[in-house]
Ligand binder design. Structure first.
Ligand code: UDP
Ligand code: MG
Length: 324
C-alpha cells in the first residue's frame, strides 16, 4: 500500500464527509493505493456514526474509536500503530489542512528520501492571539531541538516514512514535537513543505491558550529526557556537586574569618550572625538533595525496560542481533 492517512478527530462530524471525499478524489487522480484511518478521540457529536457510514461506501476507510477523549497525541499514536502504507500522512480533521498536498508529500518521502516532512502554514488563517505565540514557540523549539529548518513544528499535516512512525511514541501532548521525537530516535532527514492553510470551516478549536504553557513544559521534558534520560546523574550530580562545593567553600571562608579575627584580637561576629552562613548552608543542603536525586534517577533508569533499547540502522553478519 502506498499511503496511510491518519486523521485524529474530536467532534468534527460536519467536516468528515467533505474531507473523506476530497481525499478519495486526490487518491483516485494519482492512482495511489491507500487507507484512511480515522481515530475518533471520544467524540460525542456522532462523528463515529459518520465514519461508520463513510466506511460502508469505501473499503479504504478504516476507523478506531476511543471510549473517551484522551487527546490528539494518543489518537495519533494509535493511528500510527495501525498504519500500513509506505508513507504515513497525518492531517487534522477540520479541513484546515488540504488533501491536495498529499501527492507532493508522498514524493518528498519516497523520491527525495526524507524521513519526515512537516507542513509549514506560511500564511495562516488563525486569530492573532494564536499566530504570535506560535512564532515564539517555534523559535524556542528550533533552538532546543536543534532542528533549524522547521518553521512550524505543530503543523497537523505531516508525512513520514512508515518506519519512522513505528519507532516513535507520541504520548501526553507530545504531538507538538514529533520532529524532535523523530530526531531523538535517529531519524534526522527532516524536511519542510509550504502548505496551504484554511480557516476552520466547521466546529471550533480544541486547544486554548494553555497550549503554550504546556508546550514549553513539554519541550523542557523532551530536552531533559533526550539528553539525560539514560544518565540522570550527569545532570543532577553536576548541579548538586557545584552547589555543594560553592556552599562548602563559602561556609569555610565565613568560619575562617571569624577564627582569624578572634586570633588577632579584632572585633568579630558570630558565624550564625552572618547572612552568608545561611546562604551557604542552604546551598549545601540543596546540593546534597540534587545529588541524591541523581542517585534515585539512576536507580529508576536501571529498572527501565527500555534502558538498552537502541534503533539499529544496519547490521551485517550478526544474525542473532536485532535486525534493522
Ligand atoms: N483533536 C483530537 N483530540 C483532542 C483535540 C483535538 O483528536 O482532544 C483533533 C481535532 O479534532 C483536529 C486536530 O486534533 O482534527 C487539531 O485540533 P484543532 O483543529 O482544534 O487544533 P488547532 O487547529 O486549533 O491547532
Ligand atoms: Mg485546526
Amino acid at each position: 500500500m502506498d499511503i496511510s492517512v491518519v486523521i485524529p478527530l474530536f467532534n468534527e462530524s460536519e467536516s468528515l464527509p467533505e474531507l473523506a471525499s476530497w481525499i478519495e478524489r486526490v487518491m483516485a487522480d494519482h492512482d495511489f493505493s491507500y487507507e484512511v484511518i480515522f481515530v475518533d478521540d471520544g467524540s460525542t457529536d456522532g462523528s463515529w456514526d459518520v465514519i461508520t457510514d463513510l466506511s460502508k461506501g469505501n473499503p479504504c476507510i478504516r476507523g478506531i474509536s476511543f471510549r473517551r477523549n484522551y487527546g490528539k497525541s494518543p489518537a495519533l499514536n494509535t493511528g500510527f500503530k495501525a498504519a500500513q502504507g509506505d508513507v504515513v500522512i497525518t492531517m487534522d480533521a477540520d479541513l484546515q489542512d488540504s488533501p491536495d498536498e498529499i501527492p507532493d508529500l508522498y514524493r518528498m518521502v519516497m523520491r527525495d528520501g526524507y524521513d519526515l516532512v512537516s507542513g509549514w502554514k506560511r500564511k495562516r488563517y488563525d486569530p492573532l492571539s494564536k499566530t504570535i505565540p506560535t512564532k515564539l514557540f517555534n523559535a524556542t523549539a528550533r533552538k532546543v531541538s536543534g532542528i533549524k529548518n522547521l518553521h512550524d513544528f505543530n503543523c497537523g499535516l505531516k508525512a513520514y516514512r512508515l518506519e519512522v512512525v513505528k519507532h516513535i511514541e507520541v504520548y501526553g501532548d507530545m504531538h507538538r514535537y514529533i520532529p524532535y521525537l523523530a530526531k531523538i530516535a535517529g531519524y534526522t532527514r527532516i524536511g519542510e513543505k509550504e502548505v496551504r492553510h484554511q480557516a476552520r470551516k466547521y466546529g471550533k478549536t480544541k486547544f486554548g491558550l494553555d497550549r503554550f504553557i504546556n508546550g514549553y513544559l513539554d519541550l523542557a521534558t523532551l530536552w531533559f529526557t533526550g539528553k539525560f534520560g539514560a544518565k540522570p546523574m550527569h545532570f543532577f550530580g553536576l548541579l548538586g556537586s557545584l552547589m555543594f562545593i560553592i556552599g562548602f567553600v563559602a561556609v569555610t571562608i565565613v568560619g575562617f574569618r571569624k577564627l582569624y579575627d578572634m586570633y588577632h584580637g579584632n572585633p568579630y561576629i558570630l558565624v550564625t550572625d552572618s547572612p552568608y552562613f545561611y546562604l551557604s548552608l542552604t546551598m549545601m543542603v540543596l546540593g546534597t538533595m540534587l545529588f541524591l536525586t541523581g542517585f534515585i534517577g539512576e536507580l529508576i533508569v536501571r529498572n527501565a525496560p527500555e534502558r538498552n533499547h537502541y534503533e539499529i540502522k544496519g547490521n551485517i553478519g550478526n544474525n542473532d542481533q536485532p535486525q534493522a
